[in-house]
Design a protein around this ligand. Structure first.
Ligand SMILES: *[C@@H]1O[C@H](CO)[C@@H](O)[C@H](O)[C@H]1NC(C)=O
Ligand SMILES: *[C@@H]1O[C@H](CO)[C@@H](O)[C@H](O)[C@H]1NC(C)=O
Ligand SMILES: [Zn+2]
Length: 595
């Protein structure tokens, strides 16, 4: 290694330099023996020079600090930089172990050497700590509020503060500053992460209200130029559309069109956008009633649903074209939303395909940035980890072998969610137990590629169809020896990635999630505080009605005590909750967990 010697010789030469400087300043060789002699003129001259050196050094240090402070202040105060694009990617629920899981799976599937990395792996720059104001374990609402508002809030908060005031978001401020804005997700566009950028409600469950706000029915009017995702059911009136999940008969698609949106709602409509070349902003694209199916299922339904990568590429092209002649660029948030759901379901096969789809979208963003002339950066992180995932599992009381097997993940051709849905539908035909038994045995072979199902495993599915989703997922988890410690979230730190570690220097290393939010506003140089003020002024006397006809503030009902976990208590107190709660009933289909 050539590195060692030059380093050492550099140090030696720099020590020599100091000695030489000493000698030049004092006019004497650097021998400390002078102190032993009488206090001559020479002695006082040396003291004088020494003091001068100290003062000069101090002055240089003070100047350096002042200069740097000045630079920092300049950086954090809102001042418009040149034209810039910012792409913020969120891998919802993806913790560090999701990467180990997916990387090993990828290597197995491609017969690749163990040095082969995901694209994400090659752009790791730091970690984010994820706690919310109400708990060490955040939910996606508080997690995304940390990104959008750069503030900690309580679990369930959609860009509102713990005292239920709205906080301006980076997307809203970007729009005010003249940027174009976009949101691309694979879950409902009204779900917590996208909602936090363009809506303000006290409880994340108010997705009907979020849909209204996101198309511009709130104090700031229309702020999102492009939305792609699922969640159509929250936009359609319950009186005429059977798939509606609204609690009222308002037609939010009609409202969106009134506010100028062009609307597409299927694959054919998406294809007509020609990858963005024929896309007219503002654009609302809703491609599923609720969530877009897991990639594991979607890849066989590509003619029905666009992929995350396709949506991301189309959005980047459209926003780039639309800002071509502008002195402002765009802000785009792209979420791999359902990595989180696969964690909630404890379904490792579904998860690796979600992460791979995210890795592909990530690669597309890197390619776009490479070819687009505008100064830009992409930052990618997660709001939290989900599932307490481990690439290990102790199956028996005896000490485990050190093994983890990707092959059972590769054998699965469907998600546990899809198999549970098929089974539930099948039950409507009132089959006999023997018919159910045969149906399940076929499902397990065809859908999971499992040929050694036990009698108990099949009997349990016959007996307890409500938990079938968790049972299918567990069959794959046990065979691969994948461990999960919860169907909910965990407090693990999550990774931060970037296209450019220099541009995203502020996020290198270990950071609080609110610092990610600070980076977003700083990079764009936008005034989020002004938006907060405007929201609070315009919203003061603004009332809306609940579906039940009750008048409430424009951000909807405030959660009652106990509806959310309250601050200090939750952090400090321990309620003996370790005892067995009920019959161990889990809710496979609707966990009510608010993902
Ligand atoms: C549909 O909307 C109406 C009012 O707009 C409401 O009274 C009714 O309860 C809603 N139905 C459902 C199933 O939510
Ligand atoms: C995967 O499927 C093949 C048949 O396609 C089967 O032989 C093999 O045992 C399965 N692997 C696992 C781990 O179940
Ligand atoms: Zn989340």
């Amino acid at each position: 290694m050539p590195g060692t010697r030059p380093l050492l010789s550099n140090r030696a030469s720099s020590e020599r330099d100091i000695a030489e400087e000493d000698a030049l300043l004092t006019g004497q060789p650097t021998q400390r023996s002078t102190m032993t002699g009488p206090r001559t003129w020479k002695f006082w001259r040396e003291i004088g020079l020494f003091v001068w050196a100290v003062v000069a050094t101090a002055a240089v240090i003070i100047l350096a600090v002042v200069y740097q402070r000045h630079g920092d202040a300049k950086h954090s105060s809102p001042h418009p930089p040149g034209k810039r694009n910012l792409i913020f990617m969120v891998s919802d629920g993806m913790g560090p172990t999701s990467l180990s899981l997916t990387r090993s799976f990828m290597q197995f599937q491609n017969s690749a050497p163990f040095s082969e990395q995901l694209v994400l792996d090659q752009h790791l720059i730091g970690q984010s700590r994820t706690r919310s104001s109400s708990s060490l374990i955040t939910d996606s609402a508080a997690g995304a509020t940390a990104f959008s508002c750069a503030q900690k809030s309580y679990n369930g908060a959609i860009s509102v503060t713990p005292d239920h005031e709205p906080c301006g978001t980076v997307l809203e401020a970007a729009k005010k500053a003249g940027y174009m804005t976009g949101l691309v997700v694979t879950t409902r566009i009204t779900d917590a992460t996208p909602a936090c950028f363009a809506a303000h409600v006290n409880m994340r469950s108010e997705e009907d209200r979020i849909a209204e706000q996101m198309v511009g029915d709130y104090p700031l009017g229309r702020v999102v130029d492009l939305m792609f995702g699922g969640g159509r059911c929250h936009f359609l009136p319950n009186s005429t559309v059977e798939s509606s999940c609204r609690a009222d008969d308002r037609d939010i698609v009609a409202l969106a069109k009134k506010n100028g949106y062009n609307y597409v709602d299927d694959r054919a409509g998406f294809d007509k956008l020609k990858g963005g070349a024929a896309l007219k902003l503002p654009m609302l694209g809703l491609f599923a009633d609720t969530d877009v199916p897991y990639e594991l299922d979607r890849r066989n339904e590509n003619h029905i649903y666009p992929s995350l990568k396709e949506m991301a590429e189309t959005a980047m092209k459209a926003l780039s074209d639309a800002t071509h002649d502008s002195d402002k660029g765009f802000f785009l948030m792209i979420e791999g939303s359902r990595i989180d759901h696969a964690g909630h379901h404890n379904d490792p096969a579904a998860q690796v395909h979600e992460v791979l789809a995210y890795d592909e979208a990530f690669t597309s963003v890197l390619d776009f940035l490479k070819n687009d002339p505008t100064e830009a950066v992409m930052v990618s992180t997660s709001d939290h980890e989900t599932g307490g995932l481990a690439t290990a599992r102790q199956l028996h009381a005896s000490y485990p072998e050190y093994v983890w097997y990707p092959s059972p993940l590769a054998n699965a051709s469907h998600s546990a969610e899809r198999l549970a849905l098929q089974y539930t539908k099948y039950l409507f035909s009132s089959p006999s137990d023997e018919q159910k038994h045969n149906f399940i045995a076929d499902q397990i072979e065809d859908g999971l590629g499992i040929f050694d199902a036990t009698v108990d495993e099949i009997n349990n599915l016959v007996k307890d169809p409500l938990t079938s989703l968790y049972q299918y997922a567990d069959m794959v988890s046990r065979r691969s020896q994948t461990g999960w410690s919860t169907h909910g979230h965990s407090a693990a730190d999550v990774n931060i990635y970037s296209s450019d570690p220099a541009a995203a220097k502020a996020l290198v290393g270990n950071h609080e999630n609110t610092e990610v939010g600070e980076f977003l506003r700083d990079y764009l140089g936008v005034d989020v505080e002004a938006v907060t003020k405007e929201l609070r002024q315009k919203g003061t006397n603004l009332k809306v009605k609940t579906a039940g006809g009750v008048e409430v503030g424009w951000m909807g009902k405030i959660p009652e005590e106990g509806q959310r976990l309250d601050g200090q208590n939750h952090l400090a107190s321990y309620g003996g909750d370790f005892k067995k709660r009920d019959g161990g009933v889990v809710h496979g289909d609707d966990c009510g967990c608010g993902h």
